[in-house]
Design a protein around this ligand. Structure first.
Ligand code: FAD
Length: 503
């Protein structure tokens, strides 16, 4: 968006005329709203959320795994290459982004936008754990590759069951002492309550004058002849009206695809959404939760499992309470949102994306088979997966909870080949006047970096003027910590202290 929005604040008026409209009150919209409030306090920003509060879909703590994704333990970010090497480029990129998140959250703690760090982030070791010769060899190769990088030089590694028992006793209790196991550990991992961050940001925005309307669903978006976007809104009381803005962010989570399609922008053409639902086991015995203090990620045991479905045994901190979760178990439902409709997927099929959808369906036969198997998996089959991690688990002391929906993006690559994308992708119109976010991983952990990218992409006219302010919020803004160990040490020290992450 190159045009400068009005510089004088406008009261929320009956004409619903805004500089910026944010759709959805998840972590993405509230992060963007808070950044804009700081960069351009005079802009008139409106936010429409269909539910009765903020952070109630994927950003809610029980709808996601709460992992501060920094690529410390998630093995899907460091898959083994065909030649046996373990490339670290993707892991480095995600780790850099999580450092950006911690810096921005530190800045917001310092200036009172966010409350006590303990309400939303907790230090927690991140461990990768595997068994069997082939997997142990892979983990060793990963350890060697990662420790060569400044970002990961503090990695610890062992194949000794006693050492693993001292890191995470539930993993080894009752395990065959002869089984070859391997684990790598970082002590600077985190558990994050993204719902708490979202709600604190929403409440700050409301206090700072953002026009937030809960119970207001956006039903359509179209471009007016004056170049502004017309956003059709339906309130839960049945009122229907049009709000307009120069810039619209579609932060509707799984609901973003239909709205981007409705906007008619060509960048949303040929794109489809592939919903993957999830369930977790949660320990009902708090004494078991007390015996585990880590996030332990493994390798998927089933062929065709999507990368974000790797099993993990996780300590969680939600609203001051500690709990233990295992999962996820993937499933298939045609909903794009947990609170969505079974018609979401069928209604997203358009002539322009049919080839993409069919192509992805044909080329991802293993994934489809995997999802069908997961959906029909009995409770006892699900528990078998848990026992592989925690051999002495009492199957009766775990309850199944349903997590949020992830809508993976289906698109065509530069050669027109239909592909299923597992990352998070920013889709914006060529003039930068509308943008939306598709996909789900690494998701909430990297919301600040994604929103910085959006600011650069959609507000080129303002980007230079904003740069010094952004650098003061995030000292590593525009720089790579892996290439600047001194800055890395400074950033690490500052964020650990402000966010109270020193163990
Ligand atoms: C099972 C699972 C595990 C995950 N684990 C992790 C993890 O460990 N770490 C991590 O970083 N990320 C994780 N994620 C991803 C993370 O949860 C998401 O990336 C993030 O929450 C997305 O935020 P959002 O703001 O885009 O969407 P949401 O939080 O879903 O917010 C979108 C909002 O838009 C509203 N909305 C939708 N349609 C409309 C409409 N038409 N009008 C008005 N409002 C609308 C919704 O009600 C909702 O409040 C996980 C996700 C899932 C599903």
């Amino acid at each position: 968006m190159t045009e400068t929005p009005a510089t004088t604040p406008k009261p929320s008026g009956p004409d619903n005329r805004f500089d910026v409209i944010l759709i959805g009150a998840g972590i993405m919209s509230t992060t963007l709203g808070t950044l804009l409030k700081e960069l351009e306090p005079s802009w008139h920003v409106g936010l429409f959320e269909k539910l009765d509060g903020a952070g109630k879909e994927s950003s809610d703590p029980w709808n996601n795994a709460g992992t501060g994704h920094a690529a410390l333990c998630e093995l899907n970010y460091t898959p083994r290459a065909a030649d046996g090497s373990v490339p670290t480029a993707k892991a480095k990129g995600i780790n850099e982004q999580f450092h950006v998140s911690k810096q921005l959250w530190s800045h917001w703690v310092d200036n009172g936008v966010l409350g006590s760090p303990r309400t939303f982030i907790n230090a927690l070791p991140h461990i990768s754990f595997v068994w069997g010769d082939e997997n142990a060899e892979y983990l060793k190769a990963r350890y060697e590759a990662m420790r060569a990088e400044p970002l990961f030089s503090h990695i610890q590694h062992t194949e000794d069951q006693d050492t693993i028992a001292s890191w995470a006793p539930l993993l080894t209790r009752g395990r065959d002492p002869q089984q070859r196991v391997a684990a790598s550990k970082f002590d600077d991992g985190t558990d994050v309550d993204f719902g708490a961050i979202t709600r604190q940001l929403a409440s700050h925005l409301e206090g700072a004058g953002t026009d937030i309307r809960y119970g207001h669903e956006v039903a359509g978006i179209s471009r007016g002849t004056d170049g502004r976007w017309n956003v059709t809104v339906k309130s839960s009381s049945g009122e229907k009206f049009t709000a307009t803005a120069r810039f619209v962010f579609v932060g509707a989570g799984g609901g973003a695809l239909p709205l981007l399609q409705a906007s008619g922008i060509k960048e949303a053409h040929k794109i489809g959404g592939f919903p993957v639902s999830g369930q977790f086991f949660r320990a009902t015995d708090s004494s078991v939760a007390e015996q585990h203090h880590a996030k332990v990620y493994g390798l998927a045991s089933t062929k065709g499992a999507p990368p974000m479905s790797v099993p993990h045994l996780d300590t969680r901190f939600v609203e001051g309470r500690r709990s233990l979760m295992f999962g996820p178990y993937a499933g298939f439902s045609t909903n794009f949102l947990k609170t969505g409709s079974y018609l979401d997927l069928p209604l997203s099929v358009r002539p322009h994306n049919l080839k993409t959808l069919l192509g992805v369906g044909v080329s991802n036969f293993e994934l489809t088979t995997y999802l069908m198997k997961e959906v029909t998996k009995s409770r006892s089959k699900k528990l078998e997966e848990l026992y592989r991690f925690f051999p002495e688990a009492d199957g009766d002391a775990w309850e199944l909870i349903t997590a949020g929906q992830r809508v993976q993006m289906m698109k065509q690559d530069e050669n027109g080949k239909p592909i299923l994308q597992f990352g998070t992708e920013l889709v914006s119109s060529s003039d930068g006047s509308i943008a939306g976010l598709l996909g789900a991983s690494p998701g909430a952990s990297t919301a600040p970096s994604i929103m910085f990218r959006l600011l650069e992409q959609c507000f080129p006219a303002q980007a230079q003027a904003w740069k010094p302010r952004l650098e003061s919020m995030v000292p590593s803004y525009g720089r790579l910590l892996n290439e600047d160990p001194k800055l890395l040490a400074e950033v690490h020290e500052r964020t650990s202290s402000v966010l109270q992450l020193d163990n």
